[in-house]
Design a protein around this ligand. Structure first.
Ligand code: ZN
Ligand code: ZN
Length: 379
């Protein structure tokens, strides 16, 4: 008989403490709660320093959310080189590691979410997922494992090689120097370097902790990721984390036009000036299919019979399929369009719009009947 060996996954307890991160994670909040009040007390309020801090905060946050995350880790769109350089420089200023390290960890998180192989596994506790994972040395077996495409990118490689220079140059020296130019070196350092770092770091960390603990799960409950509107606000749209885990290749996290997702709006803006392209989107039919599966699960859990509304579910699925098919035909014809097929294309577009309306009506009907079934069960 074959001998069985017990595989013990490497846990936080068996890994060595990583002191540089401990020092950074303790010193940065301590510095901000002492230096910021000292600066305000001695020099008062100066709107120029505040505006500069806010602008740099937005630049570093969007470089993490739109750059490190949606561009480099997920490849959910493509950009011109100047945008990549911007993300590499200002993302470096956030002190969250190089793109290579960040994206490797993040791809691993998506692939092994909620397991021992997930670098910020929420099952090891809220604080482990928040900062605990950063204070233990990384498991060497995963080094660069999911990042071959990033290793082949010269700019990403350079940022990784000179990471500390980029981080200190862009994250500490530049804001302090600009602060000096604005009339307060201390203001530049305390506000635009230290305070900005603490705020932007913890809003990213809360995605790994809070967005795997609190919030709604409208698209899937097969992972711990949740949608949190509060985190969406602070983390430039990244709080729609349940959607993101389910449809990670979509460049949007908040999918409705009014959902608070400044990262999506930035990418849209870049696309409008020709600096971003190949924006990936999951079809609405696929997204709504996931919503129905989840809503149906919840209705069953509440003890509501779903048989009565099943025909409406079928209608939504059929209308979704039809719309998707016509849309694909339309896009294929548009791509290879000749002058003489213009009229045909116009007809196909009208048909596509009609099938989209039919699909939306079917979905609204399903929502109305599901609500009705819920009300009846309460009577
Ligand atoms: Zn996550
Ligand atoms: Zn992600």
């Amino acid at each position: 008989m074959e001998e069985q060996t017990l595989q013990i996954p490497p846990t936080a307890k068996t890994r060595k403490i990583y002191w540089p991160n401990i020092i950074y994670l303790v010193a940065s909040p301590l510095l901000s709660i002492t230096l910021v009040p000292y600066y305000l007390y001695t020099q008062g309020f100066d709107w120029k320093v505040w505006v500069f801090t806010l602008v740099l905060g937005c630049a570093t946050t969007v470089s993490i959310t739109g750059g490190y995350h949606r561009l480099f880790a997920h490849r959910s769109y493509s950009t011109r080189t100047w945008v990549k350089i911007f993300y590499l420089l200002f993302g470096g200023a956030s002190f969250q590691g190089s793109v290579l390290k960040w994206a490797t960890d993040h791809r691993r998180h998506h692939r092994y979410v909620d397991t021992d192989k997930d670098p910020y596994n929420i099952n090891q506790g809220f604080w482990y997922a928040h900062i605990g994972w950063l204070i233990v040395e990384d498991d060497p077996q995963y080094k660069d494992k999911f990042a071959q495409d990033l290793l082949n990118d010269r700019l990403i490689y350079l940022q990784h090689k000179y990471y500390l220079w980029v981080a200190f140059g862009m994250g500490v020296i530049l804001p302090t120097w600009i602060g000096y130019g604005l009339g307060s070196t201390l203001g530049g350092f305390a506000m635009a370097a230290v305070l900005r770092l603490v705020v932007t770091n913890h809003s990213t960390f809360f995605i790994n902790s809070l967005c795997h603990t609190l919030g709604r799960q409208p698209y899937s409950d097969e992972h711990s990721a949740r949608d949190s509107y509060i985190m969406a606000f602070f983390a430039f749209g990244e709080g729609y984390h349940n959607f993101h885990h389910q449809f990670q290749s979509d460049y949007r996290n908040g999918i409705r036009w009014f959902d608070w997702d400044p990262t999506k709006w930035t990418v849209n803006f870049l696309a409008s000036i020709g600096s971003a392209y190949n924006l990936k989107k999951i079809s609405q039919a696929t997204i709504i299919k996931a919503r129905i599966v989840m809503e149906e699960k919840q209705l069953i859990q509440e003890g509501i019979p779903v048989e009565a509304i099943h025909p409406f579910k079928v209608k939504v699925e059929e209308a979704g399929k039809k719309w998707k098919m016509i849309r694909e035909d339309y896009l294929a014809m548009k791509a290879g369009m000749k002058e003489r097929s213009k009229e045909k294309l116009k007809i196909l577009r009208q048909e596509m719009k009609r099938s989209q309306r039919e699909f939306k009506t079917a979905w609204q009907l399903w929502v109305a009947y599901a609500r009705h079934a819920r009300t009846l069960s309460r009577v």
